[in-house]
Design a protein around this ligand. Structure first.
Ligand code: AMP
Length: 208
């Protein structure tokens, strides 16, 4: 099974990914996590990507497409989190899947009102080691099992100036993907403005 998680920043894609990966044995491909890891290793891709990410802009399609196709070609079942984010990326993914004789089975769209997203993102803190995210209001911060080095921080792009830009970028470049996947009969809308557990149950109903 190959699944895409689509939705604005802060809609809970990452949080649900961790559950889905375990439950359905999918390989998690989070382009944001891959890019952040490249940044911390100071690779040429990381240095280039950081210029865009800190401002809340998208990293250019050619860099992202190359990075993802290198990863997807080796994996049997994937969960794409944060990719595609533009029509060009979606077209590239489509042709990559065709070449590999695979297909996308579901595109799960996480719907959350924009006002709530801004609040969620400004409250969000992330673990530097495992990338899991928490809200500052959470009672406890429990990382992934294998994560022993819990170091929480606020991402540069979760700061107010970048959040506004990310929302604009989402509306302009990513939102058109809703129609793209709706026309292909793949889009499943999920009201993600509820608890993590409720969203998880809704997803299970679709995937099972
Ligand atoms: P995320 O962790 O998914 O919120 O992504 C953080 C940032 O990484 C985004 O704001 C973009 O700058 C960059 N990024 C992640 N995925 C993509 C993508 N598919 N295309 C372009 N830029 C991306």
């Amino acid at each position: 099974m190959n699944v895409i998680l689509l939705g604005p920043p802060g809609s809970g894609k990452g949080t649900q990914s961790y559950k889905l990966v375990e439950k359905y044995q999918l390989s998690h491909i989070s382009t944001g996590d891959i890019l952040r890891s490249q940044i911390s290793k100071k690779t040429p891709l990381g240095i280039e990507a950081k210029k865009y990410m800190d401002k809340g802009e998208l990293v250019p399609d050619n860099l992202i497409i190359e990075m993802v196709s290198f990863t997807t070609s080796k994996l049997p079942s994937i969960l794409l989190d944060g990719f595609p984010r533009t029509i060009n990326q979606a077209l590239a993914l489509e042709s990559e899947m065709e070449n590999l004789n695979k297909k996308i089975d579901f595109v799960l769209y996480f719907e959350v009102p924009f006002e709530d997203l801004i609040q969620r993102l400004s409250q969000r803190i992330s673990c530097k080691t495992c990338s899991k995210t928490f809200s500052k209001s959470d009672k406890e911060f429990v990382c992934l099992e294998e994560c022993t080095n819990q170091e929480l921080y606020q991402r540069e792009d979760d700061k107010p100036e970048a959040i506004t830009k990310r929302m604009e970028t989402y509306k302009e470049l990513t939102q058109p993907l809703l129609e793209f996947y709706e026309n292909k009969g793949l889009l499943k809308k999920i009201n993600a403005n509820t608890s993590i557990q409720e969203v998880s149950i809704k997803i299970d109903k679709i995937l099972q």
